[in-house]
Design a protein around this ligand. Sequence first.
Ligand SMILES: [Zn+2]
Length: 80
Amino acid sequence: MSANTLRKAKKLVESGGVSKIDDDLFQIKSSSDPDKSYFVTSDTCECPGFKNFYKFHHGKGLKANCSHLEAIRIFKKENS
Ligand SMILES: [Zn+2]
């Protein structure tokens, strides 16, 4: 995971862009478009970055990551 992803994730949490909907469902504001938001669980995300990951890395056994998934991890750590 890149340092840029982590930095974006921290910013999302710090700016209050993460809202908890349910035990494993979060709504996260898009960092590029404040009017947009994504529904995210602990291992899936609706954003284009997450979807594209599997397109580019198909069959390599890697797990997709994006700033939103990382934001949830930080959010959970801070709120547990
Ligand atoms: Zn995402």
